[in-house]
Design a protein around this ligand. Structure first.
Ligand SMILES: NC(=O)c1ccc[n+]([C@@H]2O[C@H](COP(=O)([O-])OP(=O)(O)OC[C@H]3O[C@@H](n4cnc5c(N)ncnc54)[C@H](OP(=O)(O)O)[C@@H]3O)[C@@H](O)[C@H]2O)c1
Length: 332
């Protein structure tokens, strides 16, 4: 079901194939009021009263190099967070293991007290960082409970809106059973510390286990123009109204490189980051964006992707960058 959500009405007739439709964006950035203007349109997490704009922000890049320690420029990091909210972003992805603690502390410093019901902070648990900056699985009951308390303390909250249980190892997705960890997530919900549960770095089988165990609201996995292993999973989640939140939407630590992407950006008079993000928004209605940046200028640039209409011939060329991993219907 690729590009099912694409709103062709955004295209402006006569603007040429794929010309960036950017009037609203330009208008915004000439100093008009920005607060809470819709960016990419609303998405309500299934079985919740939480609605966010489909264009969010990922805070991982705010920590120091290798996601360790404070950023070189703390004021710049705080400016990015405040600008994100001023531009209407109401969904920020974070974790206490970024830094560790650093991104949560920055979010609290920049944004607390949070605008009530207007900012959804999504965090994740399941790793701890070693003193050597390593990423180590931490999925025992005690480790998960302690991670939730760390997130609450560093974010300055009494309860967390959405917590992603990160289940893959440091090298990616595996099929380890996660029943015990899901039991712990349910207990954390019963205790009122976690409102809703998501999964991260999860296999199709782990997603099935989570759907059976909890009201799963989102899955956060690696996915972008060049990495499309989750195509079938995205369609399966879309059918249930469960959000799919791609991490590394711009390629993460290895920026997306593709001749077809460069050509599309040239044709559209856009940046390749904008094209990559617009492609994700158009890929499926349940995709929420959390691109990361440590730069206000990049943040503003990236938001323009929400106004970028990709015409059919360019979509086809972008789709061909990585073939769909599987067109077979996935098990539900
Ligand atoms: N669940 C998980 O296991 C997991 C794993 C990784 C990440 N995440 C989450 O996903 C979010 C997104 O992933 P990510 O931030 O790692 O990767 P990303 O969004 O794919 O890419 C971020 C990189 O792109 C650069 N960038 C962004 N906008 C740019 C622009 N307009 N021009 C040039 N460069 C630009 C950033 O550099 P600048 O800072 O210079 O802009 C940064 O190096 C993270 O912030 C985190 O919240 C989750």
């Amino acid at each position: 079901m690729p590009h099912a959500a694409f709103d062709w009405s955004r295209s402006i007739a006569g603007s040429g194939p794929g010309r960036v439709v950017n009037r609203r964006f330009r208008h915004h950035f000439r100093g008009f009021p920005l607060a809470h203007a819709p960016i990419a349109g609303p998405f309500t997490f299934s079985a919740t009263s939480l609605t966010v704009d489909r264009f969010g922000y990922g805070a991982m890049q705010l920590a120091g190099p290798q996601v360790w320690g404070p950023p070189q420029d703390v004021d710049a990091a705080i400016a990015v967070l405040r600008e994100a909210v001023a531009l209407g972003i109401d969904h920020i992805d974070t974790s206490d293991f970024y830094g560790p603690h650093v991104t949560n502390q920055l979010i609290r410093r920049a944004l607390h007290p949070y605008p009530e019901k207007k900012l959804v902070l999504v965090t994740k648990i399941g790793f701890v960082r070693g003193a050597d900056k390593s990423w180590n699985l931490a999925r025992s009951k005690n480790e998960l409970v302690s991670a939730v308390h760390d997130n609450l303390r560093h974010l300055g909250l009494d309860a967390l809106d959405i917590v992603n249980l990160r289940v893959g190892g440091p090298h990616g997705v595996d099929d380890t059973p996660i029943d015990e960890a899901l039991d712990t997530m349910r207990a954390l919900q019963r205790d009122g510390l976690v409102r809703h549960v998501g999964l991260s770095s999860a296999s199709a089988a782990q997603v099935t286990a989570a759907i059976e165990a909890v009201d799963l609201v989102c899955v956060q996995n690696l996915y972008n123009l060049a990495h499309r292993e989750d195509d079938a999973l995205i369609d399966r989640l879309a059918a249930r109204g469960i959000a799919y939140v791609p991490f590394f939407p711009l390629g993460g630590f290895s920026p997306l490189q593709s001749e077809a992407l460069d050509a599309a950006a040239r044709a559209l008079d856009a940046t390749k980051m904008q094209v990559a993000l617009a492609w994700l928004l158009q890929r499926a209605p349940n995709i929420l964006l959390i691109p990361g940046t440590s730069s206000v200028a990049h943040l503003r640039d990236n938001l323009a992707a929400a106004q970028l209409a990709l015409p059919a011939e360019i979509l086809a060329r972008l789709d061909a960058i990585a073939g769909r991993a599987s067109d077979a219907p996935a098990p539900r």
